[in-house]
Design a protein around this ligand. Structure first.
Ligand code: ZN
Ligand code: ZN
Length: 154
């Protein structure tokens, strides 16, 4: 199977940072690359997708790989309202931010230069190197909400 060149670039880069590109890491990164923009996966979501593709990767390995790929800056680790982490591909574009509906967990993405500038300014003042800027707005979306059950999800 022909590998897409962007994926190959990422794997090259991983190797140059001394990270072994195991088939599991490769598979997981590839899944993120194929996701539609604005999709966020939890470890459990990813695990289910791997199972569906008949990949023999344990949930523990899935967790570990997500952590590792985030530490190396390939994924963004997002802490949404549900109390467990979500991940998305950390692309070379401007940081985007999230609005999270506390009622149905729907997430919306937005970009805002002012938010980013504040992040860059504070990092400079403190002399730290930015890995990621995340701004979260917890809100109630205008969608239909059932009082008891979640009626829609992102
Ligand atoms: Zn996002
Ligand atoms: Zn909602």
């Amino acid at each position: 199977m022909q590998k897409d060149s962007t994926a190959e670039n990422v794997f090259q880069n991983l190797r140059s940072k001394g990270l072994r590109v195991t088939p599991q890491r490769e598979k997981i990164l590839q899944i993120f690359m194929e996701l539609k923009d604005g999709t966020h996966l939890s470890a459990e979501d990813l695990f289910k997708m791997l199972e569906k593709k008949n990949e023999n990767i344990s949930l523990a390995t899935t967790y570990r790989t997500l952590k590792l790929l985030s530490q190396f800056g390939y994924l963004r680790e997002l802490d949404f309202a549900e109390g467990h982490k979500h991940y998305e591909l950390n692309e070379d574009k401007r940081p985007h931010h999230h609005i999270i509906c506390l009622n149905c967990n729907k997430t919306m993405e937005f970009e805002d230069d002012i938010v980013n500038q504040v992040g860059y300014r504070i990092a400079e003042e403190r002399g730290v190197e930015i890995v990621d800027i995340q701004f979260k707005i917890y809100a109630i979306c205008p969608g239909e909400h059932d009082d008891v059950n979640k009626t829609h999800r992102s």
